[in-house]
Design a protein around this ligand. Structure first.
Ligand code: ADP
Length: 538
């Protein structure tokens, strides 16, 4: 039978907890979680974790109305601790051992008590986890088992395993959060209408979304498991000109600054026009993580575009006829053949003529573009030596370059393979790029034209030291009527059609054109052309 109060020699067995440093740990949520769980699990008004030593009993965590710890000599917890086992009082009023215990007779009024000792790792008594009720209640085997489990949890926390536990919990929480964020990102990536793939600088495919797999008919896992070089044969199967994409991808993988966009044709599993946008991906600490390639299906847009071009072609043609007549009659009036004109009349006619000429230039540009876009321009492609053609084009613009003291340099090896091109159109391409370089480069700048035989095609670059272009503007550069918003562009005239025409002409030659630029750091436009020989053999 247990005594109502602890004999002094027993109390001595409960040596100082202060020595263990446990009492100095502040009340923490981790202990409250255990008492909360106990109160809820057993449906009791009070659940406590107390620390007991030779002098005191401290409450480490409390659920319910117990405000302060009781004298350890009458404490049921001390009994539980000394008994070294689960200690249960189902109804204190029926238990003669506690007839005079103030906890039973006084307030609060304890009828039910179940407490489990908590020990240190080496068996040292530390305290108890207990539940208390002011009504009597049975406590089944299963209940006892559950209380022991909770006590083991509390013991773990007291013994410092809580730290590990907390760390593990933290890791689990962080893992969960990461998993959540990942699944959220995946859901967002899968919800967009563009096909997305990210390739790391070491040639690994890092991210690929559902749309990529839908568009190209390949499972994301297949792409993710492979390196870029491994998925190259796959790109060759699905794209009309895989070499272009390959070149773009491989040459820009390590490039951590340039954005570019392009249009590529897909042939499998469907004929599609894809707009490609690529940008480097950087971490928050500015580390280059890889390159993102975004493909947008623009087949429908392009079809609508074509219809628009046809419309523009018809309208332009209809405008050209009366305008030609206006110009003709103005010329006739100015020539004086229809009678002498006064000075003011001549001046006004001069204004009419200038504006009619501008209008004619615009209409010609529009016609030019819409003819190309609607497939009405047929090239006469023959083997061409590009270097003399470059020189001749530079020569026709020499006066303009000299007017701004711009230095023009041609860099090319003496012997270059011939390209298959329509000379007139090639001159048009070069003229557009060179006159842009001239227009958008301040006086005294330098323009470098480079011709270089690449593995499969000729690459021609026009590089300037001009105002450059923002990444945003680069994305829109080849669209009709686009003119960058900067002072230089406003100062020099233009229709915003030159580059659209240039790109269409390059594409008609089965080549491609890209731009690399940065604001105030100049621009480089590079276009490619097929070699004459290779195509002849084909
Ligand atoms: P524009 O008739 O306006 O020159 P383009 O189609 O040739 O039309 O060019 C479109 C826009 O691209 C220009 O208005 C200009 O803002 C920008 N641009 C073209 N070439 C260059 C260049 N070499 N450097 C800087 N900006 C350029």
């Amino acid at each position: 039978m247990q005594p109502a109060s602890l004999p002094p020699n027993e109390v001595e067995r409960l040596a100082s907890l202060r020595d263990l440093g446990i009492l100095h740990t502040p009340a923490e949520e981790r202990f409250d979680r255990i008492t909360r769980t106990a109160a809820r699990l057993f449906q009791v008004p009070i659940a406590l974790i107390s620390l007991v030593d030779a002098d005191h009993q401290w409450l480490k965590s409390r659920q319910g109305f117990f405000e302060q710890a009781v004298d350890r000599t009458v404490s049921f917890c001390a009994h539980a601790l000394l008994q070294d086992a689960l200690f249960v009082i189902s109804d204190s009023h029926l238990d003669p051992r506690f007839a005079d215990n103030p906890l039973v007779t006084g307030v609060p009024h304890l009828r039910f008590y179940a407490g489990c000792p908590l020990k240190s790792r080496d068996g040292y008594p530390l305290g108890t986890l207990c539940i208390i009720d002011d009504k009597p209640r049975p406590f089944s085997e299963a209940n006892q088992e559950s209380l022991r489990d909770l006590a083991a949890w509390a013991e773990g926390e007291l013994n410092g395993r809580g730290l590990l536990h907390a760390a593990l919990e933290g890791i689990a929480r962080a893992t969960k959060e990461t998993e959540y964020a990942q699944s959220e990102t995946r859901a967002i990536l899968d919800a967009v209408s563009e096909a997305i793939i990210m390739i790391t600088p070491d040639d690994r495919t890092h991210i690929v979304n559902q749309r990529f797999s839908d568009l190209f008919g390949i499972h994301p896992e297949e792409v993710l498991a492979n390196s870029l070089s491994e998925i190259r044969p796959f790109l060759e199967r699905v794209l009309e000109r895989p070499d272009i994409l390959n070149t773009l991808m491989t040459s820009t993988l390590m490039d951590d600054s340039t954005q570019f966009s392009d249009l590529i044709a897909q042939r499998y599993p469907e004929q599609r026009q894809l707009a490609l946008f690529s940008a480097p991906v950087k971490s928050m600490r500015d580390i280059h993580l890889g390159r993102l390639f975004v493909f947008r299906d623009v087949t429908h847009e392009r079809a609508v575009d074509r219809m628009k071009s046809e419309f523009v072609a018809i309208v332009s043609h209809e405008l050209r006829t009366p305008l030609t007549s206006i110009k003709g009659f103005v010329d006739l009036l100015v020539s004086g053949e229809t009678g002498e004109l006064q000075e003011e009349q001549l001046e006004f006619l001069g204004i009419v003529k200038t504006n009619a000429d501008r209008l004619m230039d615009l209409i010609d540009d529009l016609l030019n573009l819409s003819r190309i876009e609607t497939g009405k321009v047929e090239l006469e492609r023959v083997p061409v030596d590009i270097l003399p053609l470059i020189r001749a084009t530079v020569e026709t613009l020499r006066r303009q370059f000299e007017g701004k003291q711009q230095q023009v340099v041609i860099e090319a090896p003496p012997a270059l393979p011939q390209v298959l091109a329509d000379s007139d159109r090639l001159i048009q391409i070069l003229t557009n790029l060179l006159s842009n370089a001239h227009k958008y480069t301040p006086a005294g700048g330098k323009i470098t034209i480079t011709a270089q035989a690449m593995q499969e095609q000729m690459a021609v670059s026009v590089q300037d030291t001009g105002i450059g272009l923002s990444p945003e503007d680069q994305g829109k550069l080849f669209t009709r009527f686009f003119r960058a918003r900067n002072r230089s562009t406003q100062e020099v005239g233009g229709t915003g059609l030159g580059l659209a025409i240039t790109r269409s002409l390059v594409q008609l030659h089965e080549g491609d054109i890209v731009v690399r630029s940065a604001p105030n750091e100049g621009s480089t436009f590079t276009f490619t052309l097929p070699f004459a020989e290779k195509l002849n053999l084909g």
